[in-house]
Write a protein that binds this ligand. Structure first.
Ligand SMILES: [Zn+2]
Length: 289
């Protein structure tokens, strides 16, 4: 198992370029004070490619993302952007980043997320009013097919998705049996991203694993409906997703850094403890059996 070199950067901390190994995969993890209009952001840099997960909502974070990419996008190739979910504190900077012309961004979303941004699903899911932001209707560059619609139930079904240079491959990898939640592999150049479908906090919620780093979005806050908003939050899906994440973390021994949507980076023991508390909380509410 290759380990990702993790670089922790607080907001406004300038990058030390000499520390970066250009041959390895590096995760720049941008964390700041917990803020309802901004999420943590992960920038994954490999020798070939840059992928952003959750650009966040604060202007200062968008500027910092541009700065990092400006340093490392050697070959001027498109920078791919993924979202753990649509909430505006995770996604609004997409639209700020689009406004600059030097870097070309391409967005990858699952079908549910794409439908929310395209206004097929109630836009209140985005929490726009709560945060007093407005974003335009938007169609992503690449929409991942619904894994349940892929024919054949075997593992490793590779599907090339609409990218002329074959940099992107969507691969159905496994269905976690006890909890019936799907995972799939997304290969972006030389970066392999495992995607775990974990709806509940919002209908499109996804966790991503890159090597030893698991990016969970807001699933660790999902037991609190007040934080997640009332629209798009699902008790039924939450039940599956919380158990899925718990079982997944127990099984996957190599994960040693968990990046939540907000707050500090935690280790696996801390994450399991938080999820156990969520499970207890849901049991008290009679949400889980
Ligand atoms: Zn959220």
């Amino acid at each position: 198992m290759k380990m990702v070199e993790i670089n922790l950067h607080k907001e406004h901390l300038f990058l030390q370029t000499e520390d970066i190994d250009e041959e390895s995969i590096t995760c720049f993890i941008l964390t700041g004070r917990v803020n309802i209009i901004n999420s943590n952001c992960v920038i994954i840099k490999s020798p070939e490619q840059i992928v952003i997960i959750d650009p966040g909502g604060l202007q200062s974070q968008a500027e910092y993302i541009e700065e990092i990419i400006g340093h490392y996008n050697y070959n001027n190739s498109p920078v791919y952007v993924l979202l753990t979910h649509c909430h505006i504190d995770h996604s609004y900077n997409l639209f700020r980043l689009f406004q600059q012309k030097k870097i070309k961004f391409k967005t990858i979303m699952n079908q549910v997320c794409a439908d929310i941004f395209a206004v097929v699903i109630n836009r209140n899911v985005l929490l726009e009013d709560f945060l007093d932001f407005k974003i335009p209707s938007y169609i992503p560059d690449i929409i991942l097919p619904d894994i349940s619609e892929i024919s054949g139930s075997g593992l490793n079904v590779e599907i090339d998705i609409c990218c002329s240079n074959n940099q992107l491959i969507y691969k159905k990898t496994s269905v976690l049996k006890e909890i019936e939640i799907s995972s799939y592999q997304l290969i972006v150049g030389d970066i392999v991203i495992e995607c775990l479908s974990t709806p509940g906090h919002s209908p499109d919620s996804t966790c991503f694993r890159v090597e030893n780093v698991l990016i969970t979005g807001d699933i660790l806050f999902a037991a609190n409906m007040g934080i997640a908003g009332t629209i798009g939050w699902s008790l039924k899906d939450l039940k599956h997703s919380v158990w899925a994440l718990f079982n997944y973390l127990l099984q996957e021994e190599f994960i040693d850094a968990i990046v939540s949507g907000h707050g500090p980076i935690i280790n696996k023991t801390q994450a399991l403890s938080i999820i156990e508390k969520k499970i207890s909380y849901l049991k008290i509410l009679k949400i889980l059996n």
